[in-house]
Write a protein that binds this ligand. Structure first.
Ligand SMILES: Nc1nc2c(ncn2[C@@H]2O[C@H](COP(=O)(O)OP(=O)(O)OP(=O)(O)O)[C@@H](O)[C@H]2O)c(=O)[nH]1
Ligand SMILES: C[C@H](OP(=O)(O)O)C(=O)O
Length: 231
């Protein structure tokens, strides 16, 4: 089975801008990509990075395919010609066992949904299935499966369900990461910020902080009263 890892090279992870500057977002994206490629490679599959421009991933055995079309168009160009897995590059918690469960699950289409309605990873074995990313793509992909009569499996996986989109997601990487992404955050002084509600993150060096408030809305100055957990 081909395993494809889509990767946008230019100005990545803009939603992390409240905590990471542009150079840091480039470096952190490369680091998450390397974690994903390591985990895929250890399942016994050689991943292909589907990149918007040429990249040099530092993981041996990785192929690169450049396609600067929008995400769904680039992925759909690879579907319909045998089984394909699509694993997003921002799954910093992905592990080899979690990916093996995905690749081995039964179904014409296997979906690992992301928190917030996205589609973090997929296995496509049905010749007529095509992706439609962004928005509530998990729901949209289920509808496509119904329309084409594809047997669908939804994978229950915390590790594949946690994509790193917003600053609050970095807390999950600090808590549960096992690869380079957690070390990258630690090295750059990103720490947990522990308060009354859900744990947030802060920068040790300059006071930038992100709290996930009860409303689910975070903010850089969300709380001056939070304890600062050394972890
Ligand atoms: N090949 C390709 N990959 C993309 C494109 N847009 C996003 N990706 C990748 O798809 C995955 C999910 O991306 P998103 O979380 O939706 O967006 P993002 O660009 O990483 O981050 P934001 O700028 O914060 O929206 C990541 O692995 C991205 O690198 C694209 O246009 N082409
Ligand atoms: C690719 C996209 O990611 P999100 O924008 O939800 O992070 C999706 O999963 O549809």
């Amino acid at each position: 089975m081909r395993v494809v890892v889509p990767y946008r090279v230019a100005d990545p992870k803009t939603r992390l801008a409240p905590l990471l500057d542009r150079e840091e977002r480039v470096s952190f994206s490369e680091t998450m990509l390397a974690d994903v490629l390591d985990a895929v490679t250890a399942t016994g599959h050689a991943p292909t990075v589907l990149a918007t421009e040429d990249v040099d991933p530092s993981v041996p055995g990785t192929n690169v395919r450049v396609d600067d079309r929008p995400l769904s168009d680039a992925v759909n160009a690879l579907l319909g010609d045998g089984p394909v897995a699509v694993v997003m590059a921002d799954l910093a918690l992905a592990t080899t066992p979690a990916l093996s469960r995905l690749f081995d699950a039964d179904g014409d289409v296997v979906i690992a949904p992301g928190v917030g309605g996205g589609t973090n990873a997929l296995v496509v074995r049905h010749p007529d299935f095509r992706v439609d990313y962004h928005g509530v793509s998990y729901r949209d992909h289920r509808r496509v499966c119904e329309r084409i009569g594809a047997a669908t499996t939804t994978l229950d996986s915390y590790r594949l369900g946690t994509d790193v989109d917003e600053p609050g997601d970095l807390a999950e990487v600090l808590l549960h990461g096992e690869g380079r992404s957690r070390s990258w955050l630690r090295d750059r002084g990103v720490r947990l910020a522990v308060g009354e509600g859900r744990v947030g993150v802060r920068r040790e060096d300059d006071g930038r902080e992100w709290a996930v408030e009860e409303s689910g809305v975070g903010g850089a100055d969300a709380s001056a009263e939070r304890d600062h957990d050394p972890e």
